[in-house]
Design a protein around this ligand. Structure first.
Ligand code: CA
Ligand code: CA
Length: 207
């Protein structure tokens, strides 16, 4: 990328970013370029693919759950093209690293609403909880235990008793008990890996 194009890109991303200053945006764009170089060639220039995204989030933030990582990818990939553009990258990281509670609630809800219909259904909860419990030792009737958990989650979070979680249900529950933000699977980095990531990425002096 030419210097002039880079400068225009950084300026425009800085204007639209709520969370990063200009030199931080520059560092994130440099990291983006490194990741694009790693990605399969037909994406070159436009973005990087799912595999590079998963590897990066795995090593930077210790996110290992495959199902959740796929959902994180889809949430970053707003334009639904199968690759992450520089705009999606900077916006997504803004939420992961420095998002407000409001932004994080929207992000987690979008992750957990697997089919994107605006509700977290019983079936979706079941699928996610079953996936995150697979690491536990095998039970006699593992599905029964997961079903119980779904009912417990509904009892705690389904304020309007319609058998599914709307964003309003989710928001109210999380405001009362912040641990419920990641009730259905880990999808946010912990504070330690955020600090480590920022120290590593933002320390590098931009070219
Ligand atoms: Ca849904
Ligand atoms: Ca409800």
């Amino acid at each position: 990328m030419s210097r002039k194009r880079m400068k225009l890109l950084v300026d425009s991303l800085t204007r639209s970013s709520k969370h990063f200053n200009k030199s931080e945006v520059e560092c994130l764009v440099n990291l983006f370029d490194t990741l694009v170089a790693k990605a399969s060639s037909h994406f070159a220039g436009a973005g990087f693919d799912r595999t590079v995204f998963r590897d990066t989030l795995h090593s930077a933030f210790g996110l290992t759950d495959e199902v959740m990582l796929d959902r994180v990818f889809s949430t970053f990939d707003r334009s639904n093209t199968g690759s992450i553009t520089v705009v999606e990258w900077v916006e997504g990281l803004g939420v992961l690293l420095r998002g407000t509670l409001e932004e994080k609630m929207k992000y987690c809800f979008a992750i957990y609403d697997l089919n994107g219909d605006g509700y977290i259904s019983r079936e979706e909860m079941f699928q996610m909880l079953k996936n995150s419990l697979l690491i536990q030792p095998a039970d006699e009737e593992p599905d029964e235990g997961v079903k119980d958990l779904v009912e417990i989650a509904l009892k705690k979070m389904d304020y309007d008793h319609d058998g599914k979680l709307s964003f309003m249900d989710f928001e109210k529950a999380v405001r009362e008990e912040s641990l419920l933000l990641e009730a259905f699977g880990p999808c946010l980095p912990d504070i330690k890996s955020i600090i480590a990531f920022e120290q590593k990425v933002f320390r590098e002096t931009p070219k």
